[in-house]
Design a protein around this ligand. Sequence first.
Ligand code: C7
Ligand code: ZN
Length: 407
Amino acid sequence: LGINKLEHSTQSKNSVDQTEKQRKEKLPNIVDKKNKSQKVVYVYSKELIQICDQMQKIPCRASMVHSLIEAYGLTRYMRVVEPREATEREVLAFHDLDYIEFIKKISNHDDSEKFEDEATHYGLSYDCPLQQGLYKYATMSSGATIVAAECLLQETCKVAINWCGGWHHAAKDHASGFCYINDIVLGILKLKEKYDRILYVDLDLHHGDGVEDAFSATSKVMTVSFHKYLTGFFPGTGSLEDIGIGKGQYYTVNVPLLDGIKDTEFTPLVCRILNKVKETFRPEVVVCQCGADGLAGDPMESFNLTHKGLGKCLYFLLQWNLPTLVLGGGGYNLSNTARCWAFLTALATGKQIPTEIPDHEYFIEYGPDYELEVYPGNRKNHNTAHYLRQVYGAVLNNISKICTEKC
Ligand SMILES: O=C(CCc1ccccc1NC(=O)c1cccc(C(F)(F)F)c1)NO
Ligand SMILES: [Zn+2]
């Protein structure tokens, strides 16, 4: 460019800026990006709840969670968005065609016995029972996560919640651990359409193996899972040495823990590790799986957490003020799971809710105290200070090896 051309281009650039400024002033500010009072998106429909209620291992849990959130009057502070079924094309972004076709085929047969062998091949047995309408359930709970991710993409909200999602064990070619379609992977693939670095945090009692496996070879999605790790405990993966492969090396973080861990050890460990992750990985968007089977009183009888411990972890993430996708997962003490997720929903909307469980359809399930609080049990804590220091040191050492500068 000759000097005069350069001047000319700067000249035209200024005038372009000018019209751009005028243009913006004229436009109504459709979405005021700076405005903090953007509402939390809550993905819900009667149909979604009715379908999820039918899941054998967590009967009526979806209804209990939703009706407690509604009874606390929290839906008025959120933008309720209806889910849709995930399309086959969306599901095939991760899952294999033959697996999905099989689920579709048998999910509407009542004599699924004759597919026994093939079903076992796809993990569809004991832990992942075949039941009527399975395909509809899997595509609705996944569609709800995809819709939540789309709201974050459109920047119409900062936080999007789907308590019917979080099925972190589902593999691309088989069901596992009561998970059929991996809604979390589908949600992350949707977010990848816009964001470059995505952080996945898994607070469930179990290792988030399905999500980790989907992204173990990429440095674009960092998966951080905190879970019980003991010989023979499902799924058996997620050791300290499990750090990702190839380009993804060090972008997989596993924090293996032992029975009995309480909020006082869990929360600081989670926050310190996530703080280091934020510094080095610099995520642009966060996906948090809030499985509640680590709560005291869960029939898993493993961790000894309360809603407050999980709440502090979610609060720590929300303080980053990044687009955040909040998902459910495990949780087999149904009233404690509802207590916890209602508490997390209130926390995300910035609203205080009273201890007294409000009267509603499932009020009786909250006896004998009818309180929101989940209290820790007095189970032995096998996580010694020494053990936690070792784990913390190893994890931080691994994280310090990643860098997102141009290195
Ligand atoms: O919660 C899970 C899956 C738990 C799981 C993995 C493998 C095989 C079975 C299961 N599910 C249970 O063990 C289970 C599910 C529902 C209710 C119960 C109960 F017996 F603890 F209540 C237990 N992942 O985050
Ligand atoms: Zn779990």
